[in-house]
Write a protein that binds this ligand. Sequence first.
Ligand code: FAD
Ligand code: FO1
Length: 506
Amino acid sequence: MSAERWLFWHRRDLRLTDNLGLAMAVAATPAVTGVFVLDPAILGAPDMAPARVWFLFESLRELQQRWREAGSRLLVLQGDPELVLPQLAEALAAPVVAWTRDVEPYGRARDRRVAAALQAAGRKVLVDWDQVLVAPEALKTGGGDPYRVYGPFLRNWRGQVERKSAAGSALSGGLEPVVAPVALVDFDPADLPEPRASLWATLPLQANLPSLEDLGQAFEGAELCPCRPGETAALAQLQRFCDGEPGAGRGIPLLGYEPGRNMPGQAGTSGLSAALKFGTLSPRQAWAAAQAARELAGSSEALESIQVWEQELAWREFYQQALFHFPELAEGPYRPQWKLFPWDNHQGRYEAWCEGLTGMPIIDAAMRQLNESGWMHNRCRMIVASYLVKDLICDWRWGETAFMQRLVDGDLAANNGGWQWSASSGMDPKPLRIFNPSTQASKFDPEGAYIRHWLPELRHVNTKDLLSGEIAPMERRGYPAQLVSHKSQQARFKALYAALPKPGGG
Ligand code: FAD
Ligand code: FO1
């Protein structure tokens, strides 16, 4: 008798190696079929970015190949998962559909509907966490509340990660990555008995992925984007970051992460954000590579660098658990008084910000990096976010959407967290955070290398003027004058903020 066939539903875990949900399915049966559902509700959303669709489709192409090599197949179907998955499970007579959980409100509601539809048809679902090292429900304060502040979250998270590190394989609750399956069993559609064969024929199968042009999502920045799609590229990128490039004669980027991570003109960060967002890399693989690099660290500075990178992985999980516990974060400011803020919302200034035409070089360089490559350095994300909100006095939600429409790693939890942090509307206890763009540029791009790279029209301008943005009209050669003065806008912003009603009245 042939083994019973299970389905594994991929969403943002586009890999075979160290895929916990898949490994759990394979532990039960070698006859596993993979499925990804192209969901029009997600792909057609107004904040979809061509860069993300590109990354997703390229990763799916490789994943299909990996499934074939492992002996089975990945089906790519199109439609509402609530309808498509029960139909597929019926056609393959699969008693169980497995997947891993997500924190996003849309995904959670979708998963509840899919699970109910499958269960109504007598099938079982197998779900667990996989996109974080520590499950959001396991992260609570001593009083049993979710964390609102990063510091205490980090202490709890690190303690749990260290305990899990000692617990062996991910399959038994530890952090050791699981190997990819190798001997899966496929099926032949021609062997499906009636009525399953007829059901199969009705499935909205996607033999070839539609072209990005057909989807209206052509992405021209693929060559410039530092995030490379697919599981193989993610692992290679992780290795280069944590192990160095063999023969390249350069150091190991991770060991110089502090202070390299703050310099946008250097490749000092991993560029793994899209891989972690789409799960072409697991956080366990990232964690394991960081632990292995400890052996290579010959100084306390290098060890400190590794720790700082681990803390960035913790920020990722902080924002994921925040969105899980406070889904209302996705709807607007966490601090209610910000709902009353009298934003200028000047359309022309907002558009100039989007296009990289504000006349402030560090801002424009960063926005051009985003527009041309689908990615922006973290330091610059903070600078441009502060500028949009505190200098242009524009609602941070406009910036949140503009980022989602462009970022290859656009992730609701991290992006919303980053914007609420920058706007001072979030859970972070610091009330007002205002960056002076010129001071930031002087500190983090002191030679102006990053600015000159993304704003070639300003290459001739001397570094001092490039950093301050005080460029003489003769020198501008078509580059715009500054839209606003940081000094006066900062004063205006502070006055508007001071006039807001304070929490608890007064
Ligand atoms: P590294 O420095 O190598 O860090 C390793 C990983 O840690 C990253 O790949 C990422 O998964 C995680 N990480 C690092 N910093 C943060 C952070 N502050 N918050 C959450 N996770 C972090 N990150 C996204 O992944 N998607 C987003 O949509 C996103 N939007 C942002 C918006 C704003 C306004 C700000 C200030 C930050 C945003 N970030 C976002 C966080 C951060 O900028 C990126 O994760 C980082 O630049 C990715 O580059 P890297 O992979 O080289 O990071
Ligand atoms: N998940 C899907 O299941 N189907 C999709 O078509 C899909 C497209 C997609 C595009 C961009 C992006 O950033 C993510 C995408 N995802 C898709 C993953 C998505 O984040 C998860 O499904 C979430 O659970 C949705 O809340």
